[in-house]
Write a protein that binds this ligand. Structure first.
Ligand code: HEC
Length: 242
């Protein structure tokens, strides 16, 4: 009896864990990332942005350049993204070595191969759009979703510089990011770019999902074909009995 009660208590604790984890996210609302793994044009734009802007510091060492053929890139397209000295079959390595990166930022930039599985797509989409200028930080930047983040605001040239304005509504403080200098992209254009990057990160976390989906359709098509065949057979067999 005691044991059963203990087990129930344990079960209740386990069931409440996801809630506890969600509550510890400092109450920041996550924006929904409208990713679409079927949209090759978006995945390709995401891959290009990723190669040009993220691989300076981060690696994606489970990902080989030639796999980008999965999202419809030709060998020529892929060669454009290759850093000096890399081959089509090379994995995506950071241009900065982890030691110097740690010295520069205080933390090593983590490998991003499976970051979408660790953090989730909505978290990533919100994170990349939550940077703001903060002179108290060594990098000059902070992040609403990731307070005290070691990553500099590499999005500022595109999104513009933003500042945190804290508003007090009857004792309730809410933070709002307000643009101080515009970037090269309009807000909607920047959001669309970050959708593309998120889409790419989700694809990279599970590249074979594209192949699985294709196989799924083939299997469903085959089952449909089989159903029609069996149905015709049934008609044929029963036609003399009625
Ligand atoms: C100038 C170097 C630099 C560049 C460029 C950079 N990052 Fe980072 N990034 C970092 C560092 C350093 C951290 C670690 C931050 C920490 O843990 O405080 C980080 C952390 C992250 C995290 C959080 C990881 C986690 O779960 O803890 C994500 C996601 C991320 N970067 C994505 C990106 C993407 C996507 C790009 C390109 C659009 C990018 N970064 C470009 C330096 C960089």
């Amino acid at each position: 009896m005691m044991n059963a009660i203990k087990k129930l208590g344990m079960l209740a604790l386990l069931m409440s864990m996801p809630m506890l984890a969600a509550a510890s996210e400092a109450g920041v609302h996550l924006d929904k990332a409208p990713v679409n793994l079927g949209d090759n044009a978006s995945l390709q734009r995401g891959a290009k942005f990723f190669a040009a802007n993220c691989l300076t510091c981060h690696a994606a060492s489970y990902m080989r350049y030639n796999r980008l053929a999965d999202i419809g890139m030709s060998e020529e397209d892929i060669k454009q993204l290759l850093p000096e000295g890399s081959k089509l079959g090379s994995t995506m390595q950071a241009s900065m070595d982890p030691g110097s990166a740690k010295l520069a930022f205080g933390v090593s930039p983590p490998d991003l191969s499976v970051i979408a599985r660790a953090r989730g797509q909505d978290w990533l989409y919100t994170y990349m759009r939550s940077f703001y200028a903060d002179s108290k930080r060594p990098s000059g930047a902070n992040n609403l979703l990731f307070p005290g983040v070691g990553m500099p605001n590499i999005f500022a040239p595109f999104q513009g510089e933003r500042e945190l304005h804290v508003e007090n509504h009857e004792g309730h403080e809410t933070g709002k990011l307000v643009e101080t200098t515009p970037g090269s992209m309009k807000p909607a254009e920047f959001d669309a770019t970050i959708v593309d990057v998120t889409n790419y990160l989700v694809y990279m976390g599970d590249p074979s999902s594209l192949v699985r989906h294709k196989i799924g359709y083939i299997v469903l098509g085959f089952l449909l074909f089989l159903f029609i065949l069996v149905f015709a057979l049934k008609k044929e067999i029963w036609k003399d009995i009625h």
